[in-house]
Design a protein around this ligand. Sequence first.
Ligand code: MF3
Ligand code: CO
Ligand code: CO
Length: 272
Amino acid sequence: MDETRGRITRDGIRIHEDADFAGMAAAGRVAAEILDLIGPLVSPGVTTGALDDFITQEVARRGVISATIGYKGYRHASCISVNHVVCHGIPGPKTLKDGDILNIDVTVIVDGWFGDTSRMYVAGDLPRKSGRLIQVTHDALMKGIEAVRPGNTFGDIGHAIQTYVEAQRMSVVRDFCGHGLGRVFHAPPNVLHYGRPGTAAVLEEGMFFTIEPMVNLGRPETKVLADDWTAVTRDKSLSAQFEHSVGVTATGCEVFTLSPAGLFHPTQGRAD
Ligand code: MF3
Ligand code: CO
Ligand code: CO
């Protein structure tokens, strides 16, 4: 037995055991499969509430648990954030229209493990600027994931994301961050999507966390609406987000929430 595993670091981050990776992979796969299935339903005329109803059904059909229903009073199986909504959009009667872009974020609990992932979708035809925002946000997440290896720091992840996004003249949201997870939904550390190289906690094998950058076409500032959930860009500019749950391995990381059908990016699996 390696007594360095199953411990908590001085920064409060749990170091999971080898066997725990399988639990996370199973949970991540279920969340990703549900996001694969929702794609064909996203089109002009559909409501975000109908998309959430489908997700609720899929969660039930698989005999797993929604992590968001009942979480701090939240009542839905997904967050659906359309256009200038940055995150935590509440599904409801809003009808999608041609050219809308939206993030759908699903977290499930499978055998006690939390799988948390989100992607962008498009209703109808993708406007050119929206496509650029989605591409940059997707690639920013991948730059962050590439920085995940033992010995690197959380600041290295944030720096990789921030420098990439700002070089494209877009901005990184500061008001929301990724998070540790595992047998809990939100745990230390806060995974910032901006930062300086070599700062913050050092990554160790066995850490599980999300990386979930939110990128705005305009300024980074956000505000939360009166419903206490919906976060929007202050300048009403478009916002995008992608999220994976990852675990640090000896040489890099395992991504627990890869799309089984290869549909993580919204232009994958589309005719156009
Ligand atoms: N899934 C979100 C995250 O990435 C959290 C949603 S909490 C909710 O951390 F209550 F808004 F659903
Ligand atoms: Co998350
Ligand atoms: Co999420």
